[in-house]
Design a binder for this molecule. Structure first.
Ligand code: AR6
Length: 215
C-alpha cells in the first residue's frame, strides 16, 4: 500500500522549494517568504503543517476534503502510528495552539508538524486570535528545535472545517510569522504560505502587500 501511495506522485508533479523561490517573495532576516497556491502534499520541503484536531489521529470522516485527510492518506499509516505514540505518552488531548512533529514517510516533505487551531463558532474573539497566533508560533518553535528543518510550508490553519474567517486568519498568519522571523534570525531559509483557492491567494496577497509597506 505504501509503495502504491508513493507512486501516486511522479517526480514532475513534485514542487521543490527552489521552484517556489521563483515565485515573488520577500525576505526577513535572510528568510525568503513565499505565497504559493496548490496542494501541500506535493511540496518537497523540510516540513509541512497539518491542521489537525485535538485527538491528533487524523480526521474522523474519511471522505472529507480536509488537509488532515490529504496528509494522512498520502503519508501512510506510519504518521498515524507516530501520532498515536505521542498521544499515548501525553495522555491528554492536544491543546489549541500546540504543535507536534512526526516524520512525513511517503510524502515528499521530511516532516509533518501537526497543530490544532482554534474552532470559531459565532463571533471571533481575542482568545481565537491568540490561539491561532500560538499555533503559528509553536510550529516555528518546532523548526527552531529540529536542526534539519530549514523550510516550512504553512496551510491556512483553522480556515476550513474550524470556521476561522480567511481575512482575519491571513492577517494573523502573516503578522505572526513575520514578527517571529524578525525576532529569530537564521532559523529558516524558506517560509511558504500555502493556500488552496484563488480567493485565499488573493486575501493573503493583500495582507502581504500591507505587511511590506509596514517593514
Ligand atoms: N493543500 C493545501 N491546503 C489545503 C489542502 C491541501 N491538500 N486541503 C485543504 N487545504 P481544514 P481546519 C486548506 O478544514 O479548518 C479536519 O477534519 C483548506 O482550503 O483542512 O484547521 C481535522 O481533523 C483550508 O484553507 O482544517 C480537524 O477536525 C485549510 O487547508 C479540522 O478539519 C484548513 O482547512 C481542522 O479544521
Amino acid at each position: 500500500l505504501n509503495l502504491l501511495l508513493q507512486a501516486e506522485l511522479s517526480e514532475s508533479e513534485l514542487v521543490a522549494v527552489e521552484q517556489l523561490a521563483q515565485q515573488p517573495f520577500f525576505t526577513i532576516n535572510n528568510t525568503k517568504v513565499v505565497l504559493w497556491l496548490g496542494d501541500i502534499t506535493s511540496l518537497k520541503i523540510d516540513a509541512i503543517v497539518n491542521a489537525a484536531n485535538s485527538q491528533l489521529l487524523g480526521c474522523f470522516q474519511p471522505l472529507h476534503e480536509c488537509i488532515d485527510n490529504a496528509i494522512h492518506s498520502k503519508a501512510g499509516v506510519q504518521v498515524r502510528d507516530d501520532c498515536h505514540t505521542i498521544m499515548q505518552k501525553q495522555n491528554m488531548l492536544e491543546g489549541t495552539g500546540c504543535a507536534k512533529v512526526t516524520r512525513a514517510y511517503n510524502l515528499p516533505s521530511k516532516f509533518v508538524i501537526h497543530t490544532v487551531g482554534p474552532i470559531v463558532q459565532g463571533e471571533l474573539t481575542k482568545a481565537h486570535r491568540k490561539g491561532l497566533a500560538t499555533s503559528y508560533q509553536s510550529c516555528l518553535e518546532v523548526c527552531a528545535q529540529i536542526e534539519p528543518i530549514r523550510s516550512i510550508a504553512f496551510c491556512s490553519i483553522s480556515t476550513g472545517v474550524f470556521g476561522y474567517p480567511i481575512e482575519e486568519a491571513a492577517d494573523t498568519a502573516v503578522t505572526t510569522v513575520c514578527e517571529w522571523l524578525k525576532n529569530n534570525q537564521n532559523q529558516l531559509d524558506y517560509v511558504v504560505f500555502n493556500v488552496f483557492s484563488d480567493r485565499d491567494h488573493h486575501c493573503y496577497q493583500l495582507f502581504i502587500e500591507e505587511m511590506l509597506c509596514r517593514i
